[in-house]
Design a protein around this ligand. Structure first.
Ligand code: APR
Ligand code: PHB
Length: 395
């Protein structure tokens, strides 16, 4: 098999990249080790930045998103049992975020790629990458894998490592090339999907002495809610009634407000970490999305950051194929990392402000409350949150 760009992983990064390359007339093949059904049902985040929405719409894959996505012009911060709204439209000149589940984005992109005759191979096994270090200019990069048990090789000009945090691309780099920067948080999120209409039109981020809670949603009928929990929390210790009870306590408000409960459709615990590798490229291999960086979910930046990476990569590859110049490709990592670090800062800051840390004391709790008070009483501070939340301008 032969293609121009071999893409490993059919998550948001791999699929958006394949779609953008197609629009530039560049051929790619996407290899995914999970089944199509698994990838399209996996519950992940669901907040799209303005720039992500604009990109999907402008490139012809935003039709269902436009119809079914919920446009939010603000978010709520709740602390001391009071609610404070951050008005994005006012603070960012009319920008918004859109609530639309990541797996729906993945569905739309997979459909678009296949309808355009694109190659997306699911359930491939034993993926490995070769000859990507550029040392031997006569032999091209190759991806080896198995499909239905048969060993295959895909020869390509470039490999895009879009295979997430647990993928094989990042660990395939020779020792000593990558520097890792990370922070593991001493808590996780227990998340539920519930058959209950969202009790608020917009998201509520709640700071509470028992820990953080978040009210989000997937549709006018389905709620998505989270509780700060221990990082190794056993979900078996959390029967549905106990989850609702804890949400009721942490989300409680002084004003007239009621958290509507409903059957829990799905639940799970995720750990939280901040993680970056530098550089995000080596030879003809380019890492994008979770393969190169992870953010804690507070602020919902993971998918959006993955899309920002591949936008830069698609442009660099398009420039190479049309002019033969490699300067944008050489600058890929540096260009991406400027945004990556700003988004890391924002996600870390939101996380630090809203969660209870075991090692912190009463001073820190007062400091967190003062930060929230400042944020909700200073236009300058609120504007900083708003411009980051709706998404910093794309390069
Ligand atoms: N071979 C082929 N595919 C692989 C391999 C492999 N060895 N290892 C992992 N994959 C696939 C995974 O099954 C997954 O579908 O790569 C894909 C990576 O997708 P994501 O984990 O979704 O990562 P990414 O596309 O970078 O999206 C960014 O934003 O909301 C966050 O973490 C969330 O997934 C999200 C991310
Ligand atoms: C979600 O809806 O899954 C979500 C929303 C906001 C976040 C994180 C996750 O900050």
């Amino acid at each position: 098999m032969r293609t121009q760009v071999g893409i490993i992983g059919a998550g948001p990064a791999g699929l958006v990249l394949s779609h953008l390359l197609h629009l530039h007339g560049i051929e790619s093949v996407v290899l995914e080790n999970r089944s199509r059904q698994y990838v399209q049902e996996r519950v992940r985040a669901g907040v799209l930045e303005q720039g992500t929405v604009d990109l999907l719409k402008e490139t012809g894959v935003g039709e269902r998103l436009q119809r079914e996505g919920l446009v939010h012009y603000g978010v709520n911060l709740r602390f001391g049992r009071r609610t404070h709204r951050i008005d994005f439209a006012d603070l960012t000149g009319g920008k918004a975020v859109t609530i639309y589940a990541q797996h729906e984005v993945v569905k739309d992109l997979t459909d678009a790629r296949l309808a355009a005759g694109g190659q997306v191979h699911f359930e491939v096994a034993d993926t490995s990458i070769h000859n990507f270090d550029n040392s031997n200019r006569t032999s091209k990069p190759a991806i080896r894998f198995r499909k239905d048990g048969e060993p295959l090789e895909l020869v390509c000009d470039f490999v895009a490592g879009c295979d997430g945090y647990h993928g094989i691309c990042r660990p395939s780099l020779p020792e000593g090339i990558l520097t890792t920067f990370d922070r593991v948080y001493p808590f996780g999120w227990l998340g539920i999907l519930a058959e209950a209409p969202p009790s608020s039109e917009e998201l509520i981020y709640a700071y509470h002495e028992r820990g953080f809670a978040l009210l989000s949603m997937r549709s006018p009928h389905i709620g998505r809610l989270y509780l700060q929990c221990r990082p190794d929390e056993d979900i078996l210790n959390w029967p549905d009634a106990k989850i609702w009870q804890e949400l009721q306590v942490r989300l409680a408000a002084e004003e007239k407000w009621k958290l509507v409960e409903g059957p829990v459709l799905q639940k799970g615990v995720t750990g939280m970490r901040s993680f970056v590798v530098e550089p995000m490229q080596y030879g003809n291999l380019f890492l994008a999305g979770d393969a190169a960086h992870i953010v804690p979910p507070t602020g919902a930046k993971g998918l959006n950051l993955a899309v920002a990476d591949v936008r830069i990569l698609a442009r660099a590859l398009a420039d190479f194929y049309s002019t033969g110049r490699r300067d944008l490709l050489h600058a890929y990592s540096e260009t991406c990392l400027r945004r990556v670090w700003k988004v890391q800062r924002f996600s870390w800051w939101m996380t630090s402000m809203l969660h209870r840390f075991d090692n912190e004391n009463a001073f820190d709790h007062r400091r967190q409350l003062a930060e929230l008070d400042y944020l909700t009483s200073s236009r300058a501070a609120a504007q900083s949150l708003a411009e980051n939340y709706v998404g910093l301008p794309l390069e």
